[in-house]
Ligand binder design. Structure first.
Ligand code: DUC
Ligand code: ZN
Ligand code: ZN
Length: 460
């Protein structure tokens, strides 16, 4: 199979020009003006933008969590991602405390293999770092191509590690050529505030938000940044939401430190006023919670200042029946919200169309930086000769409305119901094959490949 895409406006993190793209098999083989190469299929992209396939490095598919499972499995989740222009996702394997990393990897593989529609990779979440798990780090990096290790500073008793384990993990990961990523919130303060609100009979979703104030994230981010400085381990903070946490990273630049920062689309476009609508607010119960308008302004500025490197989703959907597990107690509402399908279009509409970020910055944070930071570049994340032909053909003028009736995620509500967007995904190619065309998915489950990642550098 070969494909010739004619006259699209190609946008990378650094370039912006009109040209043709010739794809042979899975790979981009030529880019140029007026290419005259015979191809099995020709696509006219006049008037369209062409982006590299999006990379969402923070998703939770089919994940056992808070007494249930996230409702998108590998098939529905990666298919919805493709509909939204995201061709590669990185999911999180969760170690069970007391068990090996390997046993968790096997469990995740059994859910992913043969089911993914789009490409995927794994981060390994280390929830119990000890002499045995220490031995597995090198093996994961060198044999499995899993080079990033997630940690939780919250969710005590299930996922959280203490600072002693954090420092030891960082030392080992640095030695072996990997990266430590973190959910940086102060678990003890959150546990205290949660218990206090419950004892006072304050049980609505609003109290989920009030149990995780900004200080819990600012403090943990600052502590994590200090541990990263001490160990020299390449480090990345996931789903940053607020000004206080971003300032911890900003301060670290004054001593020449680099910490990678991810935010998620919801923290840029939604705010905590959504928790005021009684149980309806459960749709946005996630951790960390949505914040204030001033935090949105900080995050957009952080993107333009190069402090925030990645816009992901933390996609972790639960159906309404699952959310209702916490109808009488906010602490039992499964944390997470659905977004895997809408990240690229929301970021374009709210970011590029509304004049907050440039087109090049858009590609940088949604495609290129995740590939670079997590060891997949230039195979993924850009448009160049030799790269995988993962491409998004995008109509920048088309208007459309988000609705549960139209989305492909396995969840029975939309957190963005009725949002009117400018800019729409038209066609998506994954490794040279047309995967999505005018809202139809043309590839089957099992099409998605596991992407082994390279050692990380800690700079991009
Ligand atoms: N936060 C969520 O909202 N869901 C999954 C895990 C997390 O940290
Ligand atoms: Zn998290
Ligand atoms: Zn997450």
């Amino acid at each position: 199979m070969s494909v010739l895409i004619k006259n699209g406006r190609i946008i990378t993190a650094t370039d912006d020009y009109v040209a043709d793209i010739f794809i042979d098999g899975e790979i981009i083989k030529a880019i140029g003006k007026n290419l005259n190469i015979p191809a099995t299929q020709e696509i006219d992209a006049s008037g369209m933008l062409i982006f590299p396939g999006g990379i969402d490095p923070h998703v939770h598919l089919d994940m056992p969590f808070m007494g249930t499972y996230s409702s998108d499995n590998y098939e529905t989740g990666t298919r919805a991602a493709l509909h939204g222009g995201t061709t590669t996702v990185i999911d999180f394997i969760l170690q069970t405390q007391g068990k090996s990393l390997r046993s968790a990897l096997n469990e995740w593989r059994s859910r992913a293999e043969g089911n993914a529609v789009g490409d995927y990779s794994f981060h390994m979440a280390v929830t119990d770092f000890n002499d045995e798990t220490k031995k597995e780090i090198k093996e994961f990096i060198e044999q499995e191509g899993i080079t990033s290790f997630k940690t939780f500073m919250a969710y005590k008793g299930a996922l959280m590690i203490d600072d002693r384990q954090m420092i030891a993990l960082m030392q080992e990961v640095k030695k072996q050529g990997g990266m430590v990523t973190v959910h940086a919130t102060n678990g003890d303060i959150i546990d205290y505030l949660t218990a206090k609100h419950k004892s006072e009979g304050k049980l609505s979703p609003l109290y989920h938000y009030l149990s995780q104030p900004e200080v819990t994230e600012a403090e943990a981010s600052s502590r994590f940044v200090d541990m990263a400085e001490y160990t020299g381990c390449p480090s990345y903070i996931v789903h940053m939401t607020c000004e206080g946490a971003l300032n911890a990273v900003r301060d670290a630049t004054r001593r020449n430190q680099k910490i990678f920062v991810e935010t998620c689309i919801q923290y840029l476009v939604l705010d905590a006023s959504l928790y005021e609508n009684d149980f309806e607010g459960a749709k946005w119960v996630m951790s960390p919670p949505l914040r204030e308008k001033k935090d949105q302004a900080s995050l957009w500025a952080g993107i333009n200042q190069g402090l925030v490197n990645v816009v992901a989703t933390d996609h972790c959907p639960f159906k309404w029946e699952q959310k209702k597990l916490g109808e009488k107690d906010f602490s039992k509402i499964p944390n997470g919200h659905p977004a895997i399908e809408h990240r690229m279009e929301l970021l374009y509409s709210e970011g590029v169309h509304k004049g907050k970020i440039s087109l090049n910055k858009y590609v940088e944070v949604a495609c290129t930086n995740p590939a670079k930071i997590f060891g997949m570049f230039p195979k993924k994340g850009t448009i160049t000769i030799g790269s995988d032909a993962d491409l998004v053909i995008f109509d920048p003028k088309a208007k459309h409305t988000i609705s549960v009736d139209k989305h492909h995620m396995n969840v029975d509500y939309s957190s963005y119901e009725g949002w009117e967007l400018t800019g729409k995904i038209k066609t998506v190619l994954l490794r040279g094959a047309v995967a999505i065309d005018n809202e139809k998915c043309l590839v089957e489950k099992g099409n998605g490949q596991f992407i082994k990642r390279n050692k990380v550098q800690g700079y991009i």
